[in-house]
Design a protein around this ligand. Structure first.
Ligand SMILES: Nc1ncnc2c1ncn2[C@@H]1O[C@H](COP(=O)(O)OP(=O)(O)OP(=O)(O)O)[C@@H](O)[C@H]1O
Ligand SMILES: [Mg+2]
Length: 334
């Protein structure tokens, strides 16, 4: 099957200026997203995984231009998102949607579900009259497992899981093609999480959606995604099919992350890898390879030369070395 890229992200950077002093001069930058490139194929779920602060949410918001990126280019279905004019951007903002982590913050407590859904439809002129709007709102609630009489209730009358379903229904009212899910279940109880994730999977099939799925939870990303990008300090350090990333990682950071997930097979032995030090601040990104200060395999070359994303058979890795993790040794250079 030939894959068509619906979203292309090319060397995206989003830096937040740090201003100080009387004149509020820019003294430095928080390099939250520091040059990431990837594409999302039509119909797939692309997972973005990384520790807190690695830049996942900033990347998501930049792709939708909810934050203005510092540099880079994005294309959605062939249209430049970065250069879109007002009219194009408005249409892109219908076709590309986002679900946030916190359903308590993202739903307005003073509005009924009906008026929230209607408002969203109105912005994008999704219905030509009242009864059409009502019918569409009711249908979307049903599709997410709620019912028509929930339309006249307020957010506080719902549980966390139900709120997230409402947030999904609202997004669906405008008939999007691509949805960014930014930790959509991390505010929910574990038992509810699985139900919402399964709903998202069903909706993807039913409505031909493409997802960018973001989470720091490795198991959840594995469950949801087709391909996965691993973020470390504003960069994607590894990108491949999910099974390749989880079962044969190439980057020492990914290897370390994967070694930390509990294995289903209790007999399986895995060496505990401890990384030295903490994640550096995105204000002070180490020169060369940004993982170098914590990497057990780092050499002089890693200090001098920032590794690009080397690609081989659809598996990309930002590391100069081919490493045999089982033996703890470098096999060759790239
Ligand atoms: N508006 C902002 N101004 C300044 N710095 C910011 C801003 N938003 C985010 N940051 C910083 O950018 C870095 C990346 O943050 P971001 O929220 O994108 O990470 P994340 O991977 O989504 O983390 P989490 O898993 O906690 O949601 C962090 O160091 C954060 O403090
Ligand atoms: Mg985040």
């Amino acid at each position: 099957m030939k894959e068509t890229a619906i979203l292309v992200v090319n060397d995206l950077k989003t830096w937040f200026p740090i201003k100080s002093g009387l004149l509020q001069r820019t003294k430095n930058y928080v390099k939250a997203v520091d040059g990431i490139s990837f594409s999302v194929h039509k119909g797939e779920t692309f997972g973005l995984v990384g520790e807190s602060g690695s830049g996942k949410t900033t990347a998501a918001r930049s792709i939708l231009r909810l934050i203005e990126p510092t540099a880079g280019e994005m294309y959605f279905d062939g249209t430049s998102v970065t250069k879109a004019n007002r009219r194009e951007l408005r249409e892109l903002r219908r076709r590309m949607q986002i679900i946030f982590q916190d359903p308590y913050a993202s739903l307005d407590g003073r509005q009924t579900v009906n008026s929230m859904l209607r408002e969203t439809m109105k912005i994008h002129r999704m219905a030509s009259n009242r009864s059409e709007a009502h019918e569409r709102a009711a249908r979307m609630l049903q599709i997410v497992g709620l019912s028509e009489d929930h339309l006249y209730r307020f957010p506080h009358e719902f549980s966390g899981g139900q709120r997230q379903r409402i947030a999904v229904a609202r997004v669906l009212t405008v008939n999007p093609e691509f949805v960014i899910l930014d930790e959509p279940t991390s505010f929910l109880d574990v038992s509810v999480q699985a139900k919402v994730l399964n709903l998202l999977n069903e909706l993807q099939d039913k409505l031909d959606l493409t997802y960018l799925f973001i989470s720091h939870n490795l198991a959840v990303v594995h469950h949801m995604s087709d391909r996965v990008g691993v973020m470390y300090l504003g960069k994607i350090v590894e990108l491949a099919d999910k099974n390749a990333v989880y079962h044969s990682p190439k980057h020492p950071y990914t290897f370390h992350l994967m070694a930390a997930i509990p294995l289903p097979d209790p007999e399986a032995q895995r060496e505990e890898v401890l990384l030295k030090g903490d994640v550096p601040s995105p204000v002070d990104i180490p020169p060369g390879c940004r993982f170098r200060p914590r990497c057990p395999y780092a050499t002089d070359r890693c200090l001098k030369e920032e590794p690009p994303l080397y690609e081989e058979n659809g598996h990309s890795v930002a590391c100069h070395y081919v490493i045999n993790f089982e033996r703890g040794e470098v096999k060759s250079e790239r």
